[in-house]
Write a protein that binds this ligand. Structure first.
Ligand code: BGC
Length: 787
């Protein structure tokens, strides 16, 4: 990209004072203001839409450069030029494991490293903003883009995204946190309304974005295609201005998803800065100009957005580095390490793994994936890697000494009902000491733009596994998939290795784990269900008639399985190791805290097994008694620890008010209620090793928010309100009360208590008027309480 000299100053030209960019520092706010003042209305309209497929609009007369944005997220898909699409002809770039693999590492430092590498590659390829990461919650395993998203848990997704963003942006390259928000399916993604209630939206779907924005300030956020609570994500002032800017302090700009914008003027009004790509903008620029001229759109709003766009554009240009080395070799090695950290050892009965070469001489490798790997997902995130490792090549080259390796294809990736290769594979497996079976989802099973309709492996893969299980007891299944799959054969195989879509060097990572060069340490960032029918959104996915009802509410992923007591195939947070870890000595900084105190939790973790290893220690919080329904427990902290055999380490977590809170939709705020909370420390959501209970006293001072539809019971059972009721309707309460008993102890029958206040005039036979009910409500709302 052409680099402009930066730094703005005022220059007198024949046309008057003009802002010009003449140095390489970032402009001050005043300089930005002056620059915006130089722009014509037409230029402002131009700046709020792209120039072409991948770049923003330059204004050459004022020295305003363009920036180049490119997909993302697990590698660069940089087209040959900003005005070509770059599918197939994109520049070679390192293909890292996709997000569902990255998240299984549970390793923030690693995500930061991946981010740095991506930032370096972006610099080398002239890209200023990388379009990722995606933090949409995996609401259903059917989500076609789950491979591109981190987790079903908002904290895990948000923390990992923050680390990734910090990594990329440390290189002077921006990110685009996407797709904001409640974009949890592909079916009809350009129109579907995510009918999600406010509590769920805040607790589950907004939280990962909030964490990433507050911690890492991505340069851009990408607005989603879909509607949220009836309003397009690119036109929602509630989301783009209220949440992002006002509540979370987002300093960057919002860009639309590609072709997401329906009404550009509405978008600008809501706080959507940049419509992408450019071709759509060319059609709608005039609409923006007309809207300003007619007074429909306030020009000061346009000025605000343009100022913010220029801040990002000029910053990107100032931090762009010429002639950066793409470091493809170095990044290949990193991609292998990352893939190995992401591998989850799901099952390892009889310690089949690691493969000990003195015990297992004849190794049968079965499955086309071993020679034709699937290493990334389908769609806009497709990277063109400079090279892709194949498992057969890696083991022959690196682990082949002293062993015999045989191979059988086992299935046709292009035809999932071709069973003709199974017999041969069974013979090869039977003749070996161990069979390594590569199975998983072919490309056509998982893609952007299409949701899955089931979670099954291809029939040929399932049948192959069953056939080999009948002849070989040393059987290892290596799975290739971007999201959860069912495993009807789970009890018939001793070992299962989840390798995800492991990027260009994933095959080497699998070999490293199988042969014990790497001790597996990944943990599931999503629940693997036994059956699709067991999953939270089963009855509400993908919705119908333009509407998806988020009927499972906050009970997404393990929150649902635990509340329903449904045993999953493998629980959230699960993952085995070749060593053992002992959890001991949990301590809390105080047993009694207030919500403003914060709480420190420490414990000791010791490697008691034979080899070095890493463990992901997970902290969950439970609120057993609460005014609102709550999940059994929720992840509130995690830490990955590396330990030599015999080594122990103290792990420390710090919790704050938010970690104990729910989002109260009535109050539109987070509330940490007084009472007991349980802290659980575990190796997975289903394996809690240590527990502590603490008491929290809330210091929040809240106002009641009643109206005439508040139920009588709420007032009657409240110490502050009951005297008010007695004062207002003593006759009616007296009629409920046995003679001689004080009014305050009246026993009012349930069916009367469960009436809204608006009914009081009727069933008290006029003792209280509708106006007095309104006054009562007002009096109540003047009172405050601690939750
Ligand atoms: C996808 C985005 C992507 C954009 C540009 C859209 O269809 O939803 O994730 O960044 O295209 O390729």
């Amino acid at each position: 990209m052409m680099r402009y000299l930066l730094f703005i100053c005022l220059v007198f030209t024949g046309l008057g004072w003009q802002a010009q960019v003449i140095g390489n520092e970032q402009p001050t706010e005043q300089q930005l203001e002056r620059l915006v003042a130089q722009l014509t209305l037409e230029e402002k309209a131009l700046l709020t839409s792209g120039r072409d497929a991948w770049s923003t609009q330059p204004i050459e007369r004022l020295g305003i450069p363009y920036i180049w944005v490119a997909d993302g997220p697990h590698g660069l898909r940089r087209a040959p030029s900003t005005d070509t699409w770059g599918y197939g002809d994109q520049a070679p770039a390192t293909c890292f494991p996709t997000a569902s693999a990255l998240s299984a590492s549970w390793d923030k430092a690693l995500l930061h490293e991946v981010g740095q590498a991506l930032g370096q590659e972006a610099q080398a390829l002239g890209v200023n903003v990388l379009l990722g990461p995606g933090v949409n919650i995996k609401r259903s395993p059917l989500g076609g883009r789950n491979f591109e998203y981190f987790s079903e848990d908002p904290l895990l997704a948000g923390e990992l995204a923050a680390a990734y963003i910090q990594g990329v942006q440390s290189q002077g390259v921006g990110t685009s946190l996407k797709h904001f928000v409640a974009n949890n399916q592909e079916t009809q993604r350009m129109y579907m309304n995510s009918a999600v209630d406010d509590r769920t939206l805040n607790e589950i779907y907004l939280t990962p974005f909030e964490i990433a924005v507050r911690k890492a300030q991505p340069w851009t956020v990408m607005a989603c295609y879909n509607r949220v609570q009836g309003v397009y994500g690119s036109q929602s002032a509630k989301l783009l201005t209220q949440k992002l800017k006002q509540e979370w302090g987002f300093e960057g700009i919002v860009i639309s998803d590609w072709d997401a914008v329906i009404d550009r003027v509405e978008g600008i009004r809501a706080g959507m800065h940049l419509e992408m790509p450019g071709k759509a903008g060319h059609l709608t620029n005039q609409r923006v100009i007309d809207a300003v001229k007619s007074g429909e759109l306030d020009e000061s709003q346009l000025d605000r957005l343009v100022t913010e766009i220029l801040r990002v554009v000029l910053r990107a240009d100032a931090t762009a580095r010429e002639e950066e080395d793409q470091k493809l070799e170095e990044h290949h090695a990193l991609a292998r390490r990352v893939a190995s950290e992401a591998i989850v050892l799901l099952k390892n009965d009889n310690d089949v793994l690691p493969l000990l070469r003195d015990r297992l001489k004849d190794i049968a490798v079965i499955g086309e994936f071993a020679v034709n790997p699937r290493y990334q997902g389908n769609g806009s995130s497709e990277v063109k890697p400079p090279r892709v490792d194949r498992f057969m090549d890696v083991i022959e080259a690196e682990y082949g000494d002293g062993v015999n390796i045989t191979y059988a294809q086992g299935y046709e990736l292009s035809d999932d009902r071709d069973f003709s290769l199974i017999d041969e594979a069974r013979k090869v497996a039977a003749a070996a000491d161990v069979a390594l079976v590569f199975a998983g989802l072919p490309q056509q099973y998982e893609s952007e733009g299409i949701d899955r309709t089931h979670i099954d492996l291809p029939p040929s893969h399932n049948r192959l596994i069953e056939a080999i299980a009948g002849v070989q007891k040393n059987l290892v299944i290596i799975l290739t998939n971007g999201s959860a799959v069912a495993m009807p054969w789970v009890d018939r195989v001793p070992a299962i290795v989840e390798s995800w879509l492991g990027g260009q060097a994933g095959a080497g990572a699998v070999a490293d784990v199988l042969f014990g060069a790497v001790n597996p340490s990944g943990k599931l960032a999503e629940t693997f269900p036994m059956r699709l029918q067991d999953t939270p959104a089963y009855l509400n996915f993908p919705g119908e008639q333009g509407e998806t009802i988020y009927g499972e509410r906050i009970f997404v992923g393990y929150r649902y399985f635990e509340a329903r007591e449904i045993a999953p195939l493998f629980p959230f947070g699960h993952g085995l190791s070749y060593t053992r870890f002992d959890y001991s000595d949990i301590q809390v900084s105080a047993k009694d805290i207030t919500d403003s105190d914060g709480l420190t939790v420490t414990l000791t973790i010791t490697n008691t097994g034979p080899v070095a290893g890493k463990e992901v220690v997970q902290l969950y919080v439970s609120d057993p008694v609460s005014r609102l329904q709550r999940p059994v427990k929720e992840l509130k902290g995690f830490s990955k620890v590396t330990l030599e055999p015999g080594e122990g380490e103290e792990v420390r977590f710090t919790l704050g008010a938010r970690d104990f809170s729910y989002y109260d939709p009535g109050q539109s705020r987070w509330i940490a209620e007084s009472g007991a909370f349980e802290i659980g420390i575990g190796a997975s959501s289903a394996d809690i090793k240590l527990r502590q209970t603490i008491q929290l006293a809330s210091t929040q001072q809240l106002n009641y928010q009643f109206d005439e539809y508040t139920f009588l019971r709420v007032l009657w059972e409240n110490e502050q309100m009951r005297p008010l009721l007695i004062e207002r309707i003593p006759g009616w309460i007296g009629s409920m009360t046995a003679e001689g008993m004080p009014l305050g102890e009246a026993v009012i029958q349930d069916f009367l208590l469960d009436q809204p206040l608006i009914k009081l005039p009727f069933f008290t036979a006029g003792e209280i008027s509708p106006e007095q009910v309104a006054d009562l409500v007002e009096r109540c709302n003047e009172m405050t309480y601690r939750p």
